[in-house]
Write a protein that binds this ligand. Structure first.
Ligand SMILES: *Cc1c(COP(=O)(O)O)cnc(C)c1O
Length: 421
């Protein structure tokens, strides 16, 4: 399609990996303008946990539009917003004994992160945020500062300040990286000073599916308490069920001070983001952090429907955990078939395989697309092939996608061997 190349900025990204024009999508199946079908293991980069055009949400949205329900509401009271808040409280917060205020931010993940950083700085009067190696938190000025990847940092065009990076769990092999973090907190000459907060992903989505262990996350919370720093968990990608529970930290028994949610929160791929903050941190003055699009009522309608449909009981979480175990088993098989030349990464339906370099991983995803599978890479060198399928994917479709992956990995690895000899 010439129009994209002629008119659209060079900044376009995903379309370069999947150079067709998509027309339709249903659950985990995409259709292009030639009528070709693809299995979707990208899931809108974690935005479509409940699949494309989920029929239950679509019906709710059509009904709402037909009845002239408010579409745009700034941050005014609307029935759709009240219904979302009540449902979020009753189905998500209350059953988990979570006591938080909800802040609606501009509808992107990065805006929720900007708000979270402001909350930390405003409450503590301090500036430094500790972030981690390979962390990704968005690309506006503040969130790009706490993002580790040099490609995005450089593009921000200004020195990114107010951040100090620490090694994530596993960054130094078996060494517990919190030992270093604590030493730096204690040592007045470490250069760290007294940070306002720590921002962390329990599963690093863009950073290569690095997983923080339960012990490490508990240790991190403990360190935050002991050294008077706020704990911000960025659950924008790993949240909304992706890890196998609604929040990615549920099994850790921790209680972050601030949590960011976006991507799959609306359920339908509509833009929506929130920050959950402890009541005592809610010292905002009215409108101090604002944004025109904080009231996307269509997103409130579909989000509420998503919560009602999938989070009223444990069945959906169990289904996700089952599919995650299928993925784990098959990835381990692929690993064994190829002489263990790759590393298994991630958890939940956020798993993948790490290859020696981005070239190999890129060759795999490119060839997978030729065979009808949409899948992307992540990690500092794009070296991790990453499965981010909708959680609602039919098991047969999931296995069909994994079959393609298995075949393609076998081919590419065999070529590597023959190239080397
Ligand atoms: C995607 C993502 C963001 C940024 O969200 P945008 O909507 O792209 O601004 C922030 N944090 C994490 C963990 C993400 O995966």
């Amino acid at each position: 399609m010439g129009i994209f190349k002629d008119l659209e900025s060079n900044v376009r990204g995903y379309c370069r990996s999947f150079p067709v024009t998509f027309t339709k999508a249903q659950n985990a199946t995409l259709t292009d303008s030639e009528g070709n079908q693809y299995i979707d293991f990208l899931g809108g980069a974690g935005t479509l946990n409940y699949g494309h055009n989920n029929p239950a949400f679509k019906d709710a949205l059509i009904d709402y539009i037909q009845s002239d329900g408010m579409t745009h509401g700034l941050d005014m009271h609307t029935e759709a917003k009240a219904a979302f808040l009540e449902t979020f409280r009753d189905l998500i917060l209350a059953p988990r004994n979570m006591d938080y205020k909800v802040q609606f931010t501009g509808p992107t993940g990065t805006n929720a992160v900007e708000a979270a950083l402001k909350i930390a700085r405003k409450n503590t009067g301090r500036q430094t945020i500790v972030s981690f190696t390979n962390g990704f938190h968005g690309v506006t000025q503040g969130s790009a500062a706490v993002t580790a990847n040099g490609y995005y940092k450089k593009a921000s065009g200004l020195p990114t300040t107010g951040v100090h990076f620490m090694p994530f769990d596993g960054y130094l092999g078996d060494f517990n990286t919190l030992t270093y973090f604590e030493k730096a907190l204690k040592d007045k000459s470490s250069g760290l000073g007294h940070p306002a907060a720590v921002i962390v992903e329990c599963i690093q989505g863009e950073g290569g599916l690095n997983v923080a262990s339960k012990e490490w996350m508990q240790g991190l919370q403990e360190l935050c308490k002991r050294y008077d720093m706020l704990l911000i968990v960025d659950d924008i990608q790993a949240g909304c069920g992706r890890s196998g529970t609604f929040f990615s930290f549920e099994e850790f028994g921790i209680e972050p001070d601030v949590i960011t949610l976006s991507k799959s929160l609306s359920g339908y791929g509509l833009p929506m983001a929130i920050v959950l903050l402890k009541e005592e941190l809610d010292i905002w003055q009215p409108g101090e952090h604002n944004g025109t699009f904080r009231g996307n009522n269509h997103a409130f309608v579909t989000s509420r429907k998503a919560l009602e449909t999938y989070w009223s009981d444990y069945r959906f979480a169990e289904e996700v955990q089952h599919k995650a175990s299928v993925i784990r088993r098959r990835l381990k098989e692929i690993q064994a078939e190829n002489g263990g030349q790759m590393k298994h990464k991630g958890r939940g339906i956020m798993q993948g395989l790490e290859f020696a370099n981005g070239e190999i991983a890129g060759a795999i995803t490119e060839r997978a697309f030729d065979k009808g599978l949409v899948i992307e890479t992540s990690g500092s060198d794009g070296q991790v092939v990453k499965i981010l399928a909708p959680l609602t994917i039919e098991e047969s479709t999931l296995n069909a996608g994994l079959d393609i992956l298995e075949k393609v990995i076998g081919e590419v690895m065999a070529e590597q061997v023959s190239k080397a000899s």
